[in-house]
Design a protein around this ligand. Structure first.
Ligand code: THU
Length: 133
């Protein structure tokens, strides 16, 4: 968990957020133990902006490391008084790859996790792949 937390904070430093100036870093770990980090990437039209959590998941999927049900941990890092929880779109993408045990950890201080939640607590009664597949 320490390494995953570190990866999220290293990604935080890379955030591309010239419009909001709100940096976010994230890191995910798969059930096979592979880890990927991501930062938020903003775009001038705003709507194309990608959150840190989704950047990390997309990297994991596109490297062939994250499949349905394969998400073990998600760490979200932001330098804020209150820890930042993933937005609705990120929760929905987490749902796509989550399993019963997937945990989401929030960190607002380097080296520390402030809260850990089961993904299912963050998105109850969700719509997910099992509704379609
Ligand atoms: N943001 C994230 O990257 N993750 C979150 O969980 C919340 C919001 C980003 C999107 C945007 O670049 C900036 O934070 C302000 O909303």
């Amino acid at each position: 968990m320490e390494e995953l937390l570190d990866m999220a904070w290293r990604a935080y430093d890379l955030a591309y957020c010239p419009y909001s100036k709100f940096q976010v870093g994230a890191a995910v770990e798969t059930i096979m133990g592979e880890r990927f980090s991501g930062c938020n990437v903003e775009v001038a039209n705003y709507g194309c902006t990608v959150c840190a959590e989704r950047t990390a998941m997309v990297k994991a999927v596109s490297e062939g490391s994250l499949k349905r049900g394969g998400l073990r941990h998600v760490v979200v890092a932001a330098d804020t008084p209150k820890p930042v929880g993933p937005c609705g779109s990120c929760r929905q993408m987490i749902e796509e790859f989550a399993n019963e045990d997937t945990l989401v950890h929030l960190s607002n201080q380097k080296g520390k996790i402030a809260h850990s939640f089961k993904h299912r607590e963050l998105l109850p009664y969700s719509f997910g792949p099992e509704n379609l597949l």
